[in-house]
Design a protein around this ligand. Structure first.
Ligand SMILES: Nc1ncnc2c1ncn2[C@@H]1O[C@H](COP(=O)(O)OP(=O)(O)O)[C@@H](O)[C@H]1O
Ligand SMILES: [Mg+2]
Length: 207
């Protein structure tokens, strides 16, 4: 038995099979589903770029949807905190949700610090082949100087335990499919680079 199988608690489960195939969905939308998994430090630009990229892709006809850390923690993961185990469970849930959206033909932009490589790898496994790990890169000193939500200041004062980059680790991606360096590019140029990447990876030729 694999780890995955041993962690399934339900018995007497039979999956149903959809009569809408993935090919049907692709034919209608003109693109495949898949996951753009944004990882990076707090303040690196994940949410900013996710929202701008979603707008850009939506405007040109893509089925696209953002899953963002703070939003998910109000609902799906409202019972989880920031301990290593809770972070792992949070990412496991998002990975599964992203996989479902992807099967529905959507491009999912998942914007989560997701500090552990192992957790991101598990999200990749949940989604199968069309998973793209995108490193939203900005070093700690830059993120700290931006501090859009004042969280670094709080963390430095010891008011936020287990804050990534300060008192909790961040494992940068080993081999990301794409890196956007927000220390080098402004928002506009970052979004353009990402949109170009999506255009190259997700458009399906109609037969
Ligand atoms: N190229 C860039 N991409 C994204 N954000 C940038 C960029 N350059 C500067 N910023 C700024 O950095 C901050 C990033 O904050 P945010 O998107 O909330 O980060 P995260 O979601 O990763 O915590 C924003 O204030 C944004 O305006
Ligand atoms: Mg964010």
């Amino acid at each position: 038995m694999t780890d995955q199988e041993t962690s399934i608690k339900s018995t007497n489960i039979t999956a149903v099979e959809s009569r809408v195939t993935l090919q049907d969905r692709i034919k209608r939308s003109g693109h495949t589903g898949g996951v753009l998994w944004f990882t990076g430090l707090s303040g690196s630009g994940k949410s900013t770029l996710a929202i701008e990229l979603e707008r850009r892709l939506f405007n040109i006809g893509y089925n696209v949807f953002v899953l963002d850390g703070d939003n998910v923690r109000h609902g799906l993961s409202s019972n989880l905190g920031f301990s290593p185990d809770d972070r792992t469970e949070n990412i496991r849930r998002i990975g599964e949700v992203a996989s479902l959206f992807s099967s529905a033909g959507f491009i999912v932009i998942a914007a989560f610090i997701s500090p552990y490589q192992e957790d991101r790898d598990r999200a990749r496994e949940a989604s199968g082949e069309n998973f793209h790990e995108i490193y939203v890169k900005a070093d700690l000193s830059l993120c700290e100087s931006r501090d859009p939500k004042g969280l670094y200041q709080k963390a430095r004062r010891g008011e936020i335990p287990e804050f990534t980059g300060i008192s909790a680790p961040y494992e940068a991606p080993v081999i990301p499919e794409f890196t956007v360096d927000t220390g080098e590019l402004d928002v506009e140029k970052s979004v353009t680079a990402l949109a170009k990447y999506v255009g190259a990876k997700f458009i399906q030729q109609q037969d």
